[in-house]
Design a binder for this molecule. Structure first.
Ligand code: 0L1
Ligand code: MG
Length: 262
């Protein structure tokens, strides 16, 4: 690690302050160019600890930048991992308040819920499918705290991978009943289809993103606990939204889930 504990705590306070205060910031590597991956995840962990310290529950995990479309959109080459707190969760059918966000975008995703713990190293798609209880449609609302989306991957990791809001819904299916590689999705904005894809866009199979997360956590001596909800990453590029928009994600064989922005 290149940053000391005091700097990590200060950067966590700064980034979480931007999230809660709806303020943008230049990317933190401008001031701390020596920041390494361990520092970036330590800042994210400190943000998580701040939320837990205020009594908020962690309700899930996420993989991000897992599709080629998204990697190309962001100009990066590898996935990132973050957490979902209860303050990020929206019940299906409720409104997402844009005034609480800086410059939100939506991503169509497949959510996994585990029934058994998953631990790397060596976790693979087969182990993920065997440990998955069910899969269901999910919309992630990402909201990078970085000004004009000017960031690098380490800054994004520190910023909890732009996690802001999410909703899951539709028809949950046992993982064994669905071939997620060829499961088609359509994302509609205000009734107009704006993005299309299939599960294979996520690392060849969305379960591969969950395996990567388990291997990432395994390298840190952690695991994905049983009963964890995990967003596996946007299947298409992210789509910008504003107040008045309504988005619907339709997933083949799994119904739909929607979100209105007010
Ligand atoms: O969920 C994700 O794909 C993370 C995206 C991080 C970068 C961004 O804000 O677009
Ligand atoms: Mg995402």
């Amino acid at each position: 690690m290149k940053l000391d504990a005091r700097t990590i705590a200060a950067l966590a306070e700064h980034l979480e302050g931007c999230e809660l205060g709806v303020r943008d910031t230049p990317k933190i590597t401008d001031e701390h160019p020596q920041m390494d991956w361990d520092d970036a995840y330590a800042i994210q962990d400190a943000i998580r600890a701040r939320k837990q310290g205020r009594g908020l529950r962690i309700v899930g995990l996420k993989a991000g930048l897992t599709s080629h479309a998204k990697m190309k959109q962001m100009g990066v080459a590898s996935p990132v991992f973050g957490f979902l707190a209860e303050s990020h969760a929206l019940p299906e059918g409720t409104e997402c308040r844009v005034s609480e966000l800086i410059h939100p975008k939506v991503e169509p995703e497949i959510a996994f819920v585990t029934r058994r713990a998953l631990k790397g190293p060596g976790c693979h798609i087969g182990a993920v499918l065997a440990a998955t209880d069910f899969v269901l449609p999910g919309i992630e609302v990402i909201d990078s705290r970085y000004r004009d989306f000017k960031f690098d991957l380490k800054s994004v990791v520190a910023d909890n991978t732009s996690a802001a809001r999410f909703v899951v819904g539709g028809r949950a299916r046992p993982a064994a009943e669905v071939d997620l590689r060829i499961t088609g999705i359509v994302l509609e904005k205000n009734g107009v289809p704006v993005a299309f894809g299939a599960g294979a866009a996520v690392l060849g199979h969305p379960a591969a993103a969950i395996a990567m997360l388990a291997n990432h956590l395994g390298a840190r001596g952690e695991e994905i606990p049983a009963g964890t909800l995990i967003l596996s990453g946007g299947i298409t590029e992210a789509v910008a939204v504003e107040a008045g928009d309504a988005v619907t994600l339709r997933v083949q064989g799994m119904g739909s889930v929607g979100l209105r922005f007010a």
